[in-house]
Design a protein around this ligand. Structure first.
Ligand SMILES: [Zn+2]
Length: 609
């Protein structure tokens, strides 16, 4: 073997360029374009490596352009997948250029040799903190010693810390969480921010929420229930839960959180605390404490965080065999970042959706089962409209899930004083440009909404059907005249939500023949798909957030004629097929193949009906 003086293969050329070595022989750029994975704004992206220089590289991301430019992210952790190995590089984005075929951006590699200390440090801004562990230690300990237990994986509770050498602090945490711990060095500034997020509330208001020592739950007095309830709310907010469930069973009160559509166990409280906890929430929601045998509804505002954010919480009780159960619904968490891009609309759908948003009248209907994110999409659409123009936007909702600046929102009253129909009629007298009706539940509401869209308003609403096509048949079944449907309906959108795989721990594997068949395309067998893993970034869950699957049915003239002459659902479906309009399943398959979600998630979401 000769000692190769100059690198000759692509691999050598690439490796030496990556090392930033100056060699005369490797002026040419590696010919292969390697796929490169990275995460920006909590979403996975795949780029193609276009050019490498000794200080950086240029990448190309195809398809949907994110609204923000990549240089607003700053530093990216890039995984360049060469055929022989994965090369990790950290790069600072220096420029971002939009083109018809996607985005090009350049990075300057952060010098790893010089920056060695920083490599491998946990960036707590990107970590999902699991309150199950974080709230087991007192705020004073966490803040003083700068330790934060944040996740459990492979039998250990991981503790982010400023100083891993501080074994005293780690021992203290180990005792409190009652599980072996592993210290994980964290980048100091991000750790401080995380500590502030988790423990600021527990510090600033003495006597207010504090961490509960699970081991001493049995000895807790009913008086402690105020602190306990505060902790539950705090934990739910930290975990970004949509609901808190309090379920009594034979020997305990089970506390569970709904996170990204799935129920997670949080705590089991001794039965002795049951009435104390329930009473506390009942008092907050102005319910009758004495009434235990009839279901009740109520709600309250919860204030949290340094900035004093508030969220609305809807509370409902139901008497069961082992006592009352209670569900607390947390409304309006994290809405400022809601954009159509972030909801997971691919470029094709986004362009189509935006085209219909530009129209001054007509009806856009979203459809899907409860919890499929329809309302979120409506809000994102309205937000986009408001950005572009000065419009008078009025909404009728039940309940108001997000408060939006610049929008007059009307809430439907459960006592039937203000129904969708009544509210909608009065809204029309206020000269709106855009009207959003939370849901079309009956023929009368459908009728008023249709007429409003006929008289020069843009109307958004939702319906409970399983596909975009069935929106038309459902409206017809409600008794809406088919000519009116044909004249007003502009766009029908079916939607589902699937969980987003944590891009840091997802595991590749080939798609099986069975799964490919279940997805309706046997030829897909053998393609690479991903399974959830579980790592410290996703609190060991393997998933991190959710994205939507969409099916857009634009109803142009041809469709209007079909609808007007009374075409049945089967005929509408056939027409959709012949025009090759992508369905929910198509969108799901695309999102499985690009690694955003798993096969099981898509099959579960799409075949849920
Ligand atoms: Zn993970």
């Amino acid at each position: 073997m000769s000692d190769a003086k100059a690198p000759t293969t692509d691999r050598d050329r690439f490796a030496s360029r990556m090392r930033g070595e100056r060699r005369r022989t490797q002026r040419s750029i590696p010919s292969a374009e390697y796929p490169t994975h990275f995460i920006a704004w909590d979403r996975p992206y795949v780029a193609t490596l276009k050019e490498v220089s000794k200080t950086g590289a240029c990448f190309h991301v195809e398809g949907p352009c994110p609204e923000q430019s990549f240089d607003s992210v700053g530093v990216l952790d890039l995984t360049i997948k060469t055929p022989w190995e994965d090369v990790y590089r950290r790069g600072r984005v220096t420029w971002d250029r939009r083109s018809t075929d996607g985005v090009y951006f350049g990075v300057e590699y952060v010098d790893l040799a010089k920056d060695a200390d920083c490599v491998g440090l946990l960036n707590m801004d990107k970590v999902k903190v699991d309150p199950t562990w974080a709230l087991r230690i007192p705020a004073s300990l966490a803040l003083r010693r700068q330790v934060l237990p944040f996740a459990q994986a492979d039998g250990h509770v991981y503790v982010a810390c400023a100083n891993v050498q501080d074994t005293g602090a780690l021992h203290a945490v180990e005792k409190l969480v009652a599980s072996p711990v592993r210290g994980e060095p964290a980048e100091l500034e991000s750790l401080k921010r995380a500590l502030d997020r988790v423990y600021a509330d527990l510090q600033s208001t003495p006597g207010k929420p504090r961490s509960i020592d699970v081991r001493s739950l049995a000895e807790m007095q009913p008086d402690d229930c105020v602190a306990l309830c505060d902790e539950l709310l705090h934990a739910a907010v930290l975990r970004q839960a949509s609901d808190i469930h309090l379920d009594p069973d034979v020997d305990a009160l089970q506390v569970r959180f709904r996170v990204d559509g799935n129920l997670e166990r949080y705590l089991r409280l001794p039965t002795a605390l049951q009435s104390g906890v329930l009473n506390r929430f009942k008092v907050l929601s102005a319910m009758d404490i004495a009434e235990k045998r009839a279901p009740q509804d109520g709600g309250f505002k919860h204030r949290y965080g340094r900035a004093g954010q508030t969220i609305d919480i809807r509370v409902a009780t139901l008497p069961t065999k082992h006592g009352e159960r209670m569900t607390l619904r947390l409304l309006a968490l994290q809405t400022e970042s809601l954009t159509l891009e972030r909801l997971g609309m691919v470029d094709r759908d986004l362009q189509c959706f935006n085209r219909y948003l530009d129209q001054s009248h007509g009806m856009i209907l979203l459809t899907g089962p409860t919890g499929s994110g329809k309302t979120t999409t409506l809000y994102a659409a309205i937000r986009r409209l408001l950005q572009r123009e000065n419009l008078n936007v009025l909404t009728v909702e039940d309940p108001i899930e997000y408060e939006m600046r610049g929008v007059a929102q009307v809430e439907v009253d459960s006592a039937d004083k203000v129904t969708f129909l009544k509210a909608l009629r009065s809204v029309l007298r206020h000269d709106p440009d855009v009207i959003m009706v939370g849901e079309i539940r009956d023929a009368e509401t459908a009728d008023v909404a249709i007429k409003a869209s006929l008289t020069g308003h843009l109307v958004f609403s939702t319906l409970h059907t399983n596909s975009a096509v069935s929106v038309i048949t459902r409206l017809a079944d409600m008794g809406v005249d088919r000519f009116l449907i044909a004249a007003t309906m502009r766009l029908a959108v079916a939607q589902r939500l699937v969980r987003l795989l944590c891009p840091r721990c997802r595991k590749p594997r080939p798609l099986t023949v069975g799964e490919a068949t279940a997805l309706g395309d046997a030829s897909l067998a053998g393609q690479t798909v991903f399974e959830p893993g579980g790592c410290i970034y996703c609190a060991g869950k393997g998933f991190i957030g959710r994205i939507g699957l969409f099916e857009l049915l634009p109803l142009d003239e041809g469709w209007s004629r079909l609808i007007a002459r009374g075409a049945e659902e089967a005929e509408l479906i056939a027409s959709m097929r012949s025009q090759q309009i992508p369905t929910l399943l198509h969108d799901g398959i695309a999102k499985v193949l690009n690694g955003a979600t798993s096969v099981r998630e898509v099959i579960g979401a799409v075949s849920a009906w």
